[in-house]
Design a binder for this molecule. Structure first.
Ligand SMILES: NC(=O)c1ccc[n+]([C@@H]2O[C@H](COP(=O)([O-])OP(=O)(O)OC[C@H]3O[C@@H](n4cnc5c(N)ncnc54)[C@H](OP(=O)(O)O)[C@@H]3O)[C@@H](O)[C@H]2O)c1
Length: 166
């Protein structure tokens, strides 16, 4: 089973200058809690942007078309097909970005863990595909207010694909 996990701004922004839009510590804790013990799959740019790599306590799969690149402690895949062969279909695998990878895997995923950041990021240069409400059912909607550690309000929204759209 393939799931996406992503934090997006009001305009579907996800990143700028190969970094995240902002630091939301509780969201990062939640990311760790949800993905730990599982497989995470990401593009090369996202892998290079990680402060700690590979992500501990997770199987890291990194996509690149460059056959000469090998990242220590990671499984490398060179196409979507190769990635799908590495993935255990009986386990939940988390697609964790970035924009290029989300776009290609979005049609293959049945669950989305979305953090909606209540802010706009005019300098963003990477975006998430539009989530069409007719295709997705929302099963969680938990608000997190801004506070001294979180500059913006944000909301955890979990979606599952509606049956007639699988
Ligand atoms: N907000 C969030 O939740 C979130 C999460 C993750 C990332 N991000 C942000 O997203 C941005 C990065 O996104 P991005 O689109 O630039 O990069 P990306 O999706 O992380 O990586 C793109 C790279 O992946 C490889 N790739 C893509 N499709 C492939 C395929 N079908 N087969 C083999 N390799 C493939 C290519 O690497 P090669 O060029 O080596 O072939 C490509 O250049 C950053 O700003 C990051 O912080 C945000």
């Amino acid at each position: 089973m393939l799931s996406i996990i992503v934090a997006i701004g009001k305009n579907y922004e996800i990143g700028q200058n190969n970094s995240l839009l902002c630091h939301l510590s509780d969201d990062l804790k939640r990311f760790k809690q949800i993905t730990s013990g599982h497989t995470v799959l990401m593009g090369k740019n996202t892998y290079l942007s990680l402060p700690v790599k590979p992500l501990p306590k997770r199987t890291n799969i990194v996509l690149t078309r460059d056959l000469s690149i090998s990242f220590s402690g990671c499984k490398m895949a060179h196409s979507i097909e190769e990635a799908m062969q590495i993935i255990d279909k009986n386990e939940e695998t988390f697609i964790m970005g970035g924009a290029d990878i989300y776009k290609q895997f979005f049609p293959l995923c049945n669950k989305l863990y979305v953090t909606r950041i209540d802010a706009e990021f005019p300098n963003a240069d990477t975006f998430f595909p539009k989530i069409e409400e007719k295709e997705w059912k929302i099963i969680e909607n938990t608000q997190h207010p801004a506070d001294e550690n979180h500059i913006y309000n944000f909301t955890y929204q979990t979606y599952v694909k509606k049956e007639n759209h699988t």
